[in-house]
Design a protein around this ligand. Structure first.
Ligand code: APR
Ligand code: PHB
Length: 392
């Protein structure tokens, strides 16, 4: 089989890239390890920057998002005895939207089914070849057990942190930067109306807690736990007690509504960047190239920014024969990646309990600065609400 762009991985990055290329008349084939149902039902992030919403809207997949997403002017930052609203709209003129990655994935999958674009789900042994040459290709075994080969002009690795694409770059051409954190998140999904209109990020002596949401009837909540924490040790009662203590500490009289917990999992926290994001005819995008800890909700937004740049670059190259944007892709994407890597590292370090009491006082001083100083609040809002996505 021959196509212009072979895309490995059909998470948000792969699905959106294929859609954006399709709109420009560039053909692509998606090769995904999991089943379509598995991809559709994964619980992941839920906060979209305004730039992400713009990309999805311009791509014609923003209709349900416009009708169903919840627009938030900002977020609450709190610590014992204080809860403050940071208003992004007032500070930088941009808002954010709560819309589950699961919903965005469904919209993109529906669009690709409608357009009849080819995808192989449940593919195994997916391997990129010849990325140093002018004839790259991808081999895999399809869901019927047949060997397949897709020849392409370029291969794009959108296969997440554990996928094979990053490993196709020879070691001497690749550099990795990494930071692991001495804590993790216990994330729960609960059938209960959110007890807040906008997200709450809470510093607490027992550890960080966060209140997010998926809809008017579903809450998403997180607790700082140890990296080796066993979910089995966290009964529903223990989870609600910890959330009530940590989230309730910011404002007297405020109450956390509780309800049936439908999902619990422990999420590791890591920062990871690999460079460059292009090697020959192989391009990396999204989690295949970088991971951020979830504090600050940058992972999904970074993936969207990468593929938005990459779609423009590949269109210019494969349709108009101009390679400059493809040459600029890695450096351009990485400038944003490092900004978001810094911001999510800063949020993670500032909100989680680690170190000693001296560290705790420095954290609280940082948080007070964000709410006391308009300059500091503006810097926070500008990073959280998202930077522009563009070349140059
Ligand atoms: N072959 C084919 N596909 C693979 C392989 C493989 N060997 N390994 C992984 N994949 C697929 C995964 O099954 C997944 O569907 O690649 C896809 C990668 O998707 P994500 O991990 O969601 O990464 P990405 O699309 O870059 O999205 C990044 O979404 O999931 C969040 O935390 C993530 O917010 C971040 C954003
Ligand atoms: C979420 O809703 O899952 C979420 C929101 C904001 C974050 C992290 C996760 O910083």
């Amino acid at each position: 089989m021959r196509t212009q762009v072979a895309i490995i991985g059909a998470g948000p990055a792969g699905l959106l890239l294929s859609h954006l290329l399709g709109l420009q008349g560039i053909g692509s084939v998606l090769v995904e390890r999991q089943s379509a149902d598995h991809v559709r039902s994964r619980i992941r992030a839920g906060m979209l920057e305004s730039g992400t919403v713009d990309v999805l809207t311009r791509a014609g997949v923003g209709e349900r998002l416009a009708a169903e997403a919840d627009h938030h002017r900002g977020v609450y930052l709190q610590w014992p005895g204080e809860r403050h609203h940071v208003d992004f709209v007032d500070l930088v003129g941009r808002s954010v939207s709560v819309y589950g990655q699961t919903e965005m994935t469904k919209d993109l999958m529906a669009a690709r089914e409608e357009a009849g674009r080819p995808a192989f789900y449940q593919a195994s042994e997916v391997t990129p070849h010849g990325v140093d040459t002018d004839r790259p290709h991808v081999t895999f075994t399809d869901s019927d057990g047949a060997s397949q080969r897709v020849d392409a002009d370029v291969v794009v690795g959108c296969d997440g942190f554990h996928g094979p694409s990053r490993r196709a770059v020879p070691g001497q051409h690749q550099r990795v930067w990494e930071r692991t954190y001495p804590f993790a998140w216990l994330g729960v999904l609960a059938d209960v109306a959110p007890s807040t209109d906008e997200l709450i990020y809470a510093w607490h002596p027992d550890g960080f807690a966060m209140h997010s949401m998926r809809s008017a009837t579903v809450s998403r909540l997180y607790l700082q736990v140890r990296p080796d924490e066993d979910v089995a040790d966290w009964s529903d009662d223990r989870i609600w007690a910890a959330l009530t203590t940590r989230l309730g500490a910011g404002r007297e009289g405020w109450e956390l509504g509780t309800g049936p917990i439908t999902d619990k999992s422990v999420l590791p926290m890591r920062s990871f960047v690999t460079t460059p994001m292009r090697h020959g005819r192989l391009f990396l995008a999204g989690d295949a190239a970088h991971i951020v800890p979830p504090t600050g909700a940058k992972g999904l937004n970074l993936a969207v920014a990468d593929v938005s740049l990459l779609a423009d670059a590949l269109t210019a190259w494969l349709r108009d024969g101009r390679e400059e944007l493809a040459d600029a892709y890695s450096d351009t994407a990485l400038r944003r990646v490092w900004r978001c890597t810094h911001f999510s590292w800063w949020m993670t370090n500032t909100f989680h309990r680690h170190g000693d009491d001296f560290d705790a006082q420095l954290q609280l001083s940082q948080l007070r600065r964000v709410v006391d100083s308009e300059a500091a609040a503006t810097e926070f809002a500008d990073n959280y609400a998202g930077l522009p996505i563009r070349f140059g």
